[in-house]
Design a protein around this ligand. Structure first.
Ligand SMILES: [Zn+2]
Length: 179
């Protein structure tokens, strides 16, 4: 794959997929940030050790986002229907991105996770796919029952309240990405 040069002025917020798959913090001049729980998601020895060293010398920095932004991002993710598939870490990475962008920092979130990319798009946060190509469309999801076809919107239910069938997700509408 062709590596695209990343603007070194950009502050990068890295999710675990980025740290595992592609990005070596030491090859980048950018300021790089994670949230504390990312550390628990890096299991393999090499990446774990590399991240620990990067953190110890300040090559990668670590910060918990403010609760205000966690709450805000959670609300947005509930609206887009991504809340059910985003982990607490994902929400926090988005929250930190939002917090930094509110402080007028030039940031981008590095992630291969489509749900994170989807919410980043809504939050007007630039994302850089670590290995894959970015999503072309932004999706709003809804849950529906494949049994009786009732829609449950984005409710936090997993089974149909009428017939008990396991709910599925489907795209409610697409938005072309802003360019
Ligand atoms: Zn049903």
């Amino acid at each position: 794959m062709k590596k695209k040069k990343i603007d070194s002025e950009k502050i990068l917020i890295m999710d675990s997929s980025a740290l595992i798959s592609y990005f070596d913090p030491f090859t980048l001049d950018n300021q790089q940030w994670i949230v504390p729980s990312v550390k628990n998601e890096i299991y393999d020895r090499t990446n774990k050790m590399r991240l620990e060293i990067a953190l110890s010398i300040g090559k990668v920095k670590c910060k918990e986002p403010s609760k205000k932004y966690i709450d805000y991002v959670t609300k947005i993710a509930e609206k887009t229907g991504d809340a059910t598939v985003l982990s607490e870490t994902d929400i926090k990475l988005l929250a930190l991105s939002k917090e930094f962008s509110t402080e007028k920092k030039n940031i981008a979130i590095v992630t291969d996770d489509y749900a994170i990319q989807n919410v980043a798009e809504v939050l007007n946060i630039i994302f850089i796919p670590a290995t894959q190509h970015g999503i072309k469309l932004r999706y709003d999801w809804e849950k529906y029952c494949p049994g009786c076809l009732k829609s449950f919107g984005q409710n936090r239910v997993d089974e149909c309240l009428i017939c008990g069938t396991k709910l599925k997700r489907r795209v409610k509408r697409n938005h072309a990405l802003r360019k």
